[in-house]
Design a protein around this ligand. Structure first.
Ligand code: PMP
Length: 393
């Protein structure tokens, strides 16, 4: 974790978290005593690295509430996972001319652009669920958008720009009622490590998250997919590991999950991801959620009480972040001044330009917390914000 004496009050956790000592230790142990390429190795080190890597997969499965490690595909992050899903659905011909893909107004670009690209390739159309006046998911509008043409629904569990927790269970159930073979993907980037995830209870087909937002190194992530679906879909990238047998005449593919993991994976990163998930498990995700709720409510109340500050979205039903617009103050100026006061927040469109367009703004200032933040961090951020706003007006 941050050791520098001048370390900022770090409230940019929705962009990426700091890394606990246990994660750094896992990387160090791997590179100093366990490093070898995995699978097919005749030597002891390779077997050790393989065991650690596959144990990491089992740990990631348990983190998602399932015992099926073969449904866990390691990726380089949430973006890679969503692209993988969109690609193979297209390859399989499950999305075609005239079909519809539903996304949400509060989606990250990662949950918009891959689907837009799929539409461009197939002639399918993108449908967008609007927000209610309270900036929450509009269930009635969503129900009206569902149609016999709906082949894919892709939703963020928690909005990274607004913080709203979307009613994913109901969203998924409605999609499946409308059409049992509709594929539902949950973008879990802001949910992993913040709320307990149980993919079976959710009823989704895909669940994607990034390791680096849940205390793991960058370049790690998971795409969980339902086995029957993954089995039925073709591979995306070709190369080593994803094959069963190769000849110039014909190639057959490996079983799950290796079919989707061409090339040498991020072995050290995936092992460190398991250490990060262990960190979450040991703290208890429900304890983390309660802690983060207390911090976010304190932030919400403190910010909402400031003159000319609008906090986006309702106080309740939110993840570990709060986004504001300050009247007469550019988000970037506020962010820069906060930085000078040693408070790190994120400013801008948060990779949600369509959401910003729908709100008629160019950006927000976003404060996001993690398990290691405390009330003093929140109070420091509130005091700095109050001071910065006085200086800017
Ligand atoms: N979805 C959401 C909701 C996110 O917050 C992010 C990261 N900001 C992503 C997807 C993309 O994650 P990554 O850049 O780690 O692939």
């Amino acid at each position: 974790m941050f050791a520098a004496a001048d370390a900022p009050v770090y409230l940019d956790n929705a962009a990426t978290t700091q890394k606990p000592q246990a994660v750094l230790d896992a990387l160090h142990a791997y590179y100093t005593a366990q490093n070898a390429n995995i699978h097919r190795g005749a030597h002891r080190l390779s077997r050790l690295a393989t065991d650690l890597h596959e144990q990491a997969r089992a740990d990631a499965a348990a983190f998602l509430g399932t015992a099926s490690a073969d449904e866990v595909v390691f990726t380089s992050g949430c973006t890679a996972g969503i692209n993988l899903a969109a690609m193979v659905l297209g390859f399989a011909g499950l999305v075609g001319q005239g079909d519809e893909i539903i996304v949400t107004t509060d989606s990250h670009h990662s949950n918009i652009v891959p689907w837009q690209m799929l539409c461009g390739r197939t002639g399918a159309e993108l449908r967008v669920v609007p927000l209610t006046a309270e900036l929450t998911f509009d269930m009635a509008a969503y129900a009206a958008l569902l149609s016999p043409r709906t082949r894919v629904v892709a939703v963020p569990y928690i909005s990274n720009a607004l913080g709203a927790v979307n009613p994913v269970r109901e969203i998924i159930a409605a999609a499946k009622r409308n059409r049992a073979d509709c594929t539902v993907l949950v973008d879990g980037a802001q949910a992993a490590g913040h709320v307990a995830v149980d993919v079976a209870a959710l009823g989704c087909d895909f669940f994607a998250f990034s390791g680096h937002k849940v205390y793991a190194p960058t370049g790690t992530g998971v795409l969980w997919g339902r086995r029957a679906l993954l089995d039925s879909l073709p591979p995306w990238q070709g190369g080593g590991e994803m094959i069963e047998e190769v000849s110039f005449a014909k190639t057959t593919y490996n079983k799950l999950p290796f079919k989707y993991e061409a090339g040498t994976p991020n072995i050290a990163g995936n092992i460190a991801l398991a250490a990060a998930l262990r960190y979450v498990r040991e703290l208890g995700v429900d304890n983390i959620a309660a802690h983060e709720r207390a911090l976010t409510e304190r932030l919400y109340d403190g910010l909402a009480a400031m003159d000319g500050v609008r906090v986006l979205g309702p106080r309740g039903g939110r993840g570990a972040l709060v986004s504001i617009v300050a009247e007469g103050v550019h988000h970037y100026d506020l962010g820069m001044l906060l930085d000078q006061m040693n408070v790190a927040v994120r400013t801008g469109h948060h990779c949600c330009q369509p959401l910003m367009q729908s709100l008629g703004i160019t950006g927000t200032v976003r404060y996001s917390v993690a398990a290691y933040n405390n009330h003093a961090d929140v109070d420091a951020a509130l005091a700095a914000t109050e001071r910065a706003l006085r200086m800017l007006r």
